[in-house]
Design a binder for this molecule. Sequence first.
Ligand SMILES: *Cc1c(COP(=O)(O)O)cnc(C)c1O
Length: 476
Amino acid sequence: MDDLLTVASAVLTQLVTRAEDLQNTDTPVVTTEGVEATTKDLDLERWLTGRTMSRSDLLAFVRAYCDNAADLWHPGYFAHQIAPPDTPGVVADLLQSVTNNIPLIYELGPAATVVDRVACRWMLDKVGWRAGSGTMANGGSLGNLTSLVAARNARFPDARERGNPGGTVVLAPLTSHYSVRKAAMVMGLGESGVRPLAVDEVGRIDVGRVAETLRAVGSAGQVPIALVATACATATGLYDDIAALAEICQRHGIWLHVDGAHGASALLSPRLRGRLAGIETASSLVWDGHKMMRTSALCTGVLFRDGDHHNGLFRQDASYLYREEMADVDAGQFSFETSKAPLGLKLFLTLAMRGEAALREYVESRFDLALTLWQLLTEDPRFEVPYQPHTNIMCFRPVGFTGDVNVLRRRIADTGRFYLSSAKIGDVPYLRAVLMSPATDVATLRELLDTVAVAASDQAQPRQPRGERTDDLIEL
Ligand SMILES: *Cc1c(COP(=O)(O)O)cnc(C)c1O
């Protein structure tokens, strides 16, 4: 690593200078070039044919890479739920990659192991699960899988050895994150093993109709291992009624898993945590640090109210690694992954360097700003909104819009000023704004509405496309 200091310092200097420049210039929030053009811009082939990069080649590559990256700090970045990463998480990434210790077993990374444990402990305390335990995972999707495996093992202890008994199902609405269906597929339940729960007109679980589904499941001889509630839904940012669902689950002895990948961060705010009322009585929770807690991807807590369900979840004998007395410390015994970075380091350093109050303020300010967006939209006759936001995710559409929402999205992105996603509620397509950047303010929102209105009107001339593009609805 003789060259680390010089190479990394040069790259870091360039990254920071560029970030500062971006704030003062009118660079587009995202490039709308297609795959071919981007591949060409990065000149990738050239570096896989025997030539090695010089220092200046590397810096040119870093520049091209950044030029073709979405700018999460841009005030007009409204597309997805990934955090504009703050310094502590970046430092954690650096510390991890230089030491490259993995908390698979304690001995392999003593510091890494204890930091992950403390990060989980902090999240468990926020939920109020003193007797709970948790693990860090690479993303909410893997977190959902881990939680559902724990739920299945709790309901059918033999399943660990023998597989699922026939009729094993998970209850979740179609508006739950698609990783729930992926998990069911991986667990051998099949995607059809997710029995859909009825939802209301904005996609929240219709609590009054859960009993109906339970009866139908019962008479079909099926056994639900878990009910999945979302806090908040990816597309709409709306929370399910956790307290009401927890009550039903307790009555029927069903594991309540709460997918809080995005919205569990409301737990940081006394003013907002009521949106997760009832969370203390759930069985498991997934909470992403790389969404609303400003860490780089990935950093996910998979948390269990009852630590016993978690201990030994993936226990295996491996004489070259595991020792009995460390079974509740060695992360490899309770996480699906083997080698993985100490993801809790990002969260720990964020808390240590910025303080919990700064995180709370970030969450509150982005949620509040979405409310302002909703107010602007409701007062503006050019737009319709389907609901009042619970979080920093808000869907809206131009009144009477009948075109293709992705063409509209493209036109907006072509201005270079705004990058939005889209989502369907029922069958109706909406533009979807996720307010992540700390640089977004009310002036940005006003400009957004004018830009969308112009793009949606017939006078708007689409710019000539550069290269080929993709038109799919994207959801994280
Ligand atoms: C983002 C999201 C996920 C996926 O999390 P990753 O960390 O991207 O794997 C799961 N569930 C919900 C509700 C989400 O919003």
